[in-house]
Each structure stands twice: as C-alpha cells, then as structure tokens.
Design a protein around this ligand. Structure first.
Ligand code: NAD
Ligand code: SER
Length: 318
C-alpha cells in the first residue's frame, strides 16, 4: 500500500494546530507537511511557509513531498471576512480553486474541505436545520463556503476526486485561539474566567448557536476521512452537530467553577451574523452514513477547558 503524505494548509490556525498534531500521531511526524502563510520557526515536524493563493507554490510543495492527501483549512472567517468582502471572496475562492486543480493534476487521492454553519441564512428552519435547505448566507464567508461546497461536488462528479467536507459548528478548544469568527466569544470567555477577569460578550445573552468541542471536531474529521468511499452520500458538505447553547448558558456553566465570574453584553456587528445562523443542526445523515456521534456536552467541555487553560496559564515553572 502506498504510504500517505498529508499536506495541511492553514496549519497554524485554530483547527490546523490540533489537526496537525493528530495526523502526526496517526501517520508519523514525517508524513505530515504543515503549511501556512505565516512562518513558524520552532515547528515540531515538517513545516513550509506556503501562500495557497499561489498555484505554482502549492504544486511545487505537493511534488516535492510526494503528497497524497490534502486538508485545505486556510480561509478568512466570518467576522474578519466582512471587513473586506471582495478580498475575502478572492482569497477563499482562489485558494480552493488552486487546491482543486493541483489535486486533479497531481492525482491526490483524498481531500478535506471544511465548510461551516455560515452557509445557512434567513430562509432556514433555525431549530434542527436540515441538511439541504435553501442556502442564502448573509456573509461573504458563508457565500464562499456555499460556492466552495458546490465546486467540491463538481470536482467529485466531473473528475472523480474524493473530496469530503463537514459544516463545522463554532469550534471551541484550549490549544489554540480562534481566527476572527462570530463564535470566537465562546473561546475567549474561558480565557477571561481562568484569569479572573470580567468578560464583555459581543453577542446577546440569548443568542443560541451550534458549537462543538475541538476533540469532537477533529474526531469527526478523521472519521469522515477514514470512512469507505462508497458510504459517503453527501459530496457537498455534511451537517455536523456537537451541542447548542447561549452565552448565558455558557456563563452559568463556567460559574459552577467560578461563582464570582462577571459577564456584560455589548452586541456588535457579529450579532446580525449570529442571528442569521441556525440555533441547532440536524446531523442525521452524518450519523447514518459514517456513524457520527458527539462525546461532549456543555458542562463536560467546560470542565476540560477550565482544567487545561488553568494548567497553561498557572503552571508553576520549577
Ligand atoms: P483560523 O483563522 O484559525 O486559521 C486559518 C489559517 O489560515 C491561519 O493560520 C492563516 O494564517 C492561514 N491562511 C490564511 N490565508 C492563507 C493563505 N492565503 N495561504 C495559506 N494560509 C493562509 O481558522 P480555523 O478556525 O482554524 O478554520 C479552519 C477552517 O475551518 C477554515 O476553512 C474555516 O472556514 C473552517 N471552519 C472553522 C470553524 C471554527 O469555528 N474555527 C467553524 C467552521 C468552519
Ligand atoms: N466559527 C466560524 C465563524 O464564526 C464558523 O465558520 O466564522
């Protein structure tokens, strides 16, 4: 069997940091080529600085390392994306086109493309949002993910590329910081709590959104990528659910450990984005096709987040 060589784009981001580590454990440290626009001089493993808007650079990297699989994570997220919509569209689409074309030309055998709950807009049932409603996103980021899902489906149907995709909910983890999304508050709040600081939330107390703990998000990714090709029935992107909660519910979960923790609410432009997204997701197709089941709920995630962040911030150096 051909041994796998895995290229990750956007590997220094919130998901990439953790996914790189898991792929290194699974395939071996020298089988994973982590890449990002930003350099990293103390990376533990194989790292290349790579701008995915540069077709030639990706092609050279793929050939140089005999890459067989690509996880294409590089993107501009929802809130940052609204600062410069045309640039966001250009980056999100050109990076995907480059990855798709290099994959086709270099016979890459599996590709992962992350989509998002941002594909949904104001024409959905917001509770238990189904797999295939009308997709009318409010943000340029969401528009780029809808278009991306369709391009991924097109390359699968037209060229037979084995591209798999998940619509991640907001991802919450302790290992890395989020990169400019609408769900970032749900990570930032833990950092404040653990440092005994007050938290100002940019969403209203009652804004329910779908979220997922990083361990579940990474496990879902690896389970989808390991599933036999013939059982993948969705070639746009699978709905994926972890849990759903409001800022007030998250605050109350944290107060079980930090009873004096204080929160205030000062909604900004991200409120309108959050209001256009689902409150909860129907992920039955992922459950049926490849056996998806999340392990974490709000309180079990809160316990781990607090325990890990306390260790990071307050570990005593001997
Ligand atoms: P992030 O913003 O934390 O990381 C993105 C990384 O991409 C950054 O390290 C950045 O330097 C890099 N990057 C940006 N432009 C690049 C370019 N031209 N070339 C190479 N690298 C470039 O994002 P993330 O949270 O890790 O998200 C990873 C993927 O998952 C994205 O596609 C995102 O849309 C998707 N996603 C994330 C979430 C979430 O909550 N984190 C939810 C849904 C979907
Ligand atoms: N968490 C991401 C964001 O808020 C969803 O894709 O942008």
């Amino acid at each position: 069997m051909k041994s796998e060589k895995i290229l990750i784009t956007g590997a220094l981001g919130q998901l990439g940091t953790v996914l790189t580590n898991e792929l290194q454990k699974k395939y071996g440290i020298n089988s994973v080529i982590a890449t990002d626009l930003r350099p990293n001089f103390d990376f533990n493993g194989v790292f290349e600085t790579l701008d995915v808007t540069n077709f030639k650079a990706i092609e050279e990297c793929v050939i140089k390392h005999n890459v067989t699989q690509i996880y294409h994570l590089a993107a501009i997220l929802s809130a940052n994306g609204e600062k410069n919509p045309l640039k966001t569209w250009d980056i999100n689409m050109s990076t995907l086109f480059n990855v798709l074309e290099v994959s086709r030309l270099c016979n890459i055998n599996k590709i992962f493309y992350p989509s998002s709950i941002a594909v949904f807009g104001d024409e959905i049932e917001s509770v238990n949002t189904p797999q295939s409603p009308n997709l009318t996103p409010l943000t340029v980021y969401g528009m780029s993910k809808v278009a991306g899902e369709n391009w991924v489906n097109y390359y699968h149907k037209r060229y037979g590329l084995d591209i798999r995709s998940l619509r991640y909910p907001g991802v919450i983890g302790y290992q890395s910081l989020p990169g400019g999304g609408t769900t970032d508050y749900a990570v930032d709040i833990y950092h404040k709590a653990v440092n005994n600081e007050d938290f100002e939330c940019f969403l209203k107390a009652s804004t329910m959104l779908p979220m997922i703990f990083i361990d579940d998000a990474i496990r879902a990714t690896l389970e989808l990528m390991d599933a036999p090709r013939k059982i993948i029935s969705i070639r746009t992107s699978y709905n994926l659910a972890g849990m759903s909660f409001t800022p007030n519910e998250l605050y109350n979960s944290i107060r079980k450990t930090y009873p004096d923790f204080k929160i205030s609410y000062n909604p900004d432009f991200r409120q309108e984005i959050a209001d256009s997204w689902p409150k909860s997701i129907d992920d039955n197709t992922a459950r049926k096709d490849w056996g998806w089941k999340p392990n974490y709920d709000l309180d079990s995630m809160t316990n781990i987040m607090i325990q890990k962040l306390k260790a990071q911030y307050h570990s005593v150096v001997a």
